[in-house]
Structure formats: structure tokens, C-alpha cells
Design a protein around this ligand. Sequence first.
Ligand code: SAH
Length: 459
Amino acid sequence: MGKATPPVKKNQMIELSFEDITHEGAGVGKINGYPLFVPYGLPGEKAQVKVIKVKKNFGFGKLIEVTDRSTDRVDPPCDVFYKCGGCQLQHMSYAMQLEMKQNQVKSALKKIGHIEEIPVHPTIGMDDPWRYRNKVQMPVGTKNGKLVTGFYRKRSHDIIEDMDHCIITDEVNDRMVDAVREIASRLGISAYDEKNHRGLLRHIMVRSGKETNETMIVLITRKEDIPQLHKLVDELTETYPHIKSIVQNINPEKTNVILGKKTKVLWGAEYIYDEIGGIRFAISAKSFYQVNPVQTKKLYDQALKYASITGSETVIDAYCGIGTISLFLAQKAKKVYGVEVVPEAVSDAKENAKLNHMDNAEFFVGQAEKVMNWWNAQGLRPDVIVVDPPRKGCDEELLQAMIDMKPKRIVYVSCNPSTLARDLRILEDGGFETKEVQPVDMFPQTTHIESVAELVLKL
Ligand code: SAH
């Protein structure tokens, strides 16, 4: 028996009702059971849709006109929302965004992890879900002989030239991008031209400390020697006293990767500082630092709560970055061991421990899975293990080491519900029980989902 042919044809206009939404934020509607994915369609809506791609088991459509509008549809406040690849959810009320994220965590746990009976709490959102990002990296281009900055159009490397601000970026950072672009343009510094691998200024990166108001500017250039740079630095530092550091990063490669290997301080300090929950962090140009400090505090408070620390515990923080979670835990725990693969991040973590006069946190460079196995072999028996892996989740070897070490509790911080669900299944089969999961909205207006899970050892 052959499969039924798809009930729609390419370029056909259809009326579609949306029942669901994908993790990429596309509306899902069905024609005789055949699903069509339509960007910007919202559940509960009816719309005129043009079919643009027909595959065997599913198709894609373009939203032409919403005929029955959801009360959760809002006008995107950003002028370039439909062109830009940065945000995906500005057409949706914030309440719906939070609900969608909670549902997607639930659904991943159920479908991938076969975990159903546990509470997945309502997503912890922001009071004001705009201007939250403490860091911006803007590509630089040229138009009519002048420098322009803007994010890339969706699925392309064309700069959106009429973009003069980004409303999820901190206002100070937005203004600094403008200032650097204007001065650099006046001084005749050329923009990098990706196609021909010529020109100098590739990206402008700006990072500011929310609590300290200190700003770092990173100029990412193709070549090191640029005579006008010192003039650019002079003008910037004379005009803006909140700038504490200007760094040049040299990236001579033909690559999509923004930062190159070499960094050089052009002016001021190598670090800026920021504070989360009373702990001070030194942040250098290349280190990973959470982009939404307001929500980071809420996420770490939740992790700390799930860790249930009383003062006598030994804790491991795997994938520790610059030691942010480790130091949060070290305030309460007897001893914290952090492990992280990027050597610069580990030296930042050690500096951060000193900066906060914490002598009960120790940091190690290496792959978490290898170091964890080594700790296990050494007989280290932590009371609590916290993991915060990248999107691909934990390495199996690390999950196995945790199962062997039998900590009383595991706290799993995740930026990807699918790999979280996969790993929780392995931990459950290895003797742990997932108690509850708390999504925290670290990235409003985008489809990214962060959550934290509490696990306990089954007796
Ligand atoms: N917990 C930190 C960082 C989380 S991001 C914070 O909240 O700020 C994930 C981190 O895992 C990154 O710093 C990345 O460099 C690190 N990482 C990726 N693969 C790793 C591995 N195999 N072993 C150890 N660390 C790894």
C-alpha cells in the first residue's frame, strides 16, 4: 500500500486553523491530518496561507492574512522584526511566550524522557521583557561610502542597514555601537567585506555590567595594525566616562566565527566587573557570561534551592564557565569543585573566587566527563552535583560517573529541553528521581528555553 499523496500543492492558497506551535515558533495546522508549518501563525488562529513547500509527510506555508486573530497576537514593537533573525516571538503576547515555553519543556520530558507525573512549573518571566541583554555583537558593513551596523537578515549574511537600535539590547550598548560606528566612519576605518575578505572592522561588541555600569568595547578587526585606532579610542574615552576597557580582537580568518584568537587591550582594564546576587565577577572579552543578569539571579536562586545546601556539603559544579554558579553555591556549601573545558574561563573563575574572598571553591580545567571519572576513581563523593552543559547536553560518560558517585541530589540546568529530557531518562534509569522542573525565561522574545531540574537519589 502506497502512502497517501499530500492533500495540498505548491503555491496553492488554503485556509488553515492553527492548533499548535513548534519550538521554533511556527504555527502548526492540519489538512486531513497532513501538518503544515507556518511561521508567525498562532494557536487558535485561522489564516489564509500560501503553500510554499510540500514534502511527503509535512509541508511549509507562508502567512498571507490572519482572518481570525488570537487575542495573544500583538504588533511587534521592533521595526525590523520580520526581517531580522534575532527574535522570533515579538508577535506573541509575553504571557503566551511564557506558557509556550512551559508547555515545550513538559512535552519534551514526556515525549523524549517519558517523564510525565512531575510538576513543570509556570515559566519565571521578566517584569519588563525588553532591553535585557548586557552584550551585543553587531556586524559592520558599508553603504554609500559610510559604515553601517545591523544584524543579519534571517538565514543570510546581509546586514539590515536601517537598523539603528535593538530593543532587547541594553540602551547603553546600543548607543555605544552607534558611537563607535560614527567615529570609525569619520576616521575612514573600512568595514570588513566578507565576500572579498578585505577591509578592517568586522564586528563591534559591547558589554556592560548591569550593576556597575562599566562598559567594555571590543573591536574585532581583520588586521592588527590600524593607525586610526588610537584616535578612535581617544574620542570614545574622552566622551564616555563609563567605558572602562577597550579591547581589540584580531580575526584574520575567512570564517563565521566572530572572535579570533588574539586579543589586545587598547585602553583601560582587561576586565569589567558585574555583580549578581552580591557576588562580583570579572568579565574579560572572551569569557562566557550570562547575557540576562536579572533572570540569571532567578535561575541561580532556583538552582541553589534545589541543591538544598545546609553548610556541610561537598558540591561539584560541572561546565562551570567563569564560576558563576560555583560561587553562588560556595556561599553556603562547605566545598565546591568546578570543572570547565576553556582554560581562560577557569582562570577567570579562580580570580573571581579571590575577588569574593572565597577559599572553599577550587577550579579545574578539562572535559567534565574525564575529570568527573577521575574524581570518582579518587573516591570523591559529593553530596550534590550541579551540571549546566551546552545545548548538546551531558556526555554519557559524565552521566555514568554521576550515577556511580551517587550524590544525594543532582541539579540540572539546561538550555535545551530535548537533551535535558534525554539525560533525565538516563539518570532516572540509573537510580535518580526527577522531582520537579522550573523553566526560567532568560531570553524573552526568542524561542530559547532555559530550565532547571531537581533530582534526588532513590533509596
Ligand atoms: N555555568 C556557567 C556556564 C554555562 S555554559 C554559567 O552559568 O555561566 C556551558 C559551559 O560548558 C561553557 O563555559 C563551555 O565552555 C563549557 N563546556 C562545554 N563542553 C564542555 C566539556 N566537555 N567539559 C567541560 N566544560 C565544557
